[in-house]
Design a protein around this ligand. Structure first.
Ligand SMILES: N[C@@H](CCC(=O)N[C@@H](CS)C(=O)NCC(=O)O)C(=O)O
Length: 215
């Protein structure tokens, strides 16, 4: 079985993309470039009617199953390939990982970064966009301030082993830079972990493949 990951360069799909590469399993990356509106084309809506990335196709080639939501895809992949150790199995550590991914994927992504990058998705009237962007920036700033002390002295987010949550954190680190936050200067604990993530060969391959910059 070959996985197929539908992704857009630099989107939250970067995290499951990294996870697939880390696992070393066969997969095909299918580019669905949001900036070109490909996520709203009928071909992609047939895959994910919600019109968002990521989506993962798996199972029989002639009748694949589709899984959406970055955190669900990462949990599925990590648990399907437990030998890679990309997610803890012990109850509290696993719950910590899910706690992080839920918060990142809801509050930080949808009510922070998305408000800044896609205010049109919330209110069509351009007159409202500056206020939405300002609100999103404040949410993102508060999130980075929340993340930073929690990472003090940590080798990786969940302790002594790289996990899917570290891959997910890279998405937000990159977005922070895109939003003009001085990530390296203001969030040294966060940056130290991200430097370790970025040094991983699998991460370097995915960043090159997507053709993106992190900073
Ligand atoms: N809750 C979803 C959010 C997915 C999402 O919002 N993806 C963005 C890219 S980061 C997207 O597809 N945006 C397309 C659009 O808004 O048109 C997840 O965590 O996977």
């Amino acid at each position: 079985m070959t996985y197929r990951l539908f992704y857009s360069p630099g989107a939250c799909s970067l995290a499951p993309h990294i996870v697939l590469e880390e696992l070393g399993v066969p997969y095909e990356g299918v580019r669905v470039v949001i900036a070109e509106g490909m996520n709203q084309k009928p071909e992609y809506l047939a895959v994910n009617p919600r019109g968002r990335v990521p989506a993962l196709a798996y199972g029989p080639a002639d009748s694949p199953r589709i899984l959406t939501e970055a955190s669900a895809i990462m949990i599925f992949l990590a648990r399907s390939h437990p030998e890679a150790g990309l997610l803890p199995t012990e109850a509290e550590s696993l719950a910590r990982g899910v706690e992080w991914m839920s918060w990142l994927g809801s509050i930080v992504h949808q009510t922070g970064v998305r408000l800044v990058l896609r205010p049109d998705r919330f209110i069509a009237d351009p007159a409202a966009h500056d206020a939405l962007k300002a609100r999103g920036r404040e949410t993102a700033r508060a999130a980075f301030a929340d993340i930073e002390p929690r990472l003090a002295g940590q080798q990786w987010l969940l302790g002594d082993r790289f996990s899917v949550v570290d891959a997910y954190l890279l998405v937000f680190f990159r977005w922070g830079n895109r939003l003009g936050f001085a990530m390296r200067q203001d969030y040294p604990n966060y940056t130290a972990i991200m430097d370790r993530v970025r040094a991983r060969p699998a991460v370097q391959r995915v960043v090159a493949d997507e053709g993106i910059d992190i900073e």
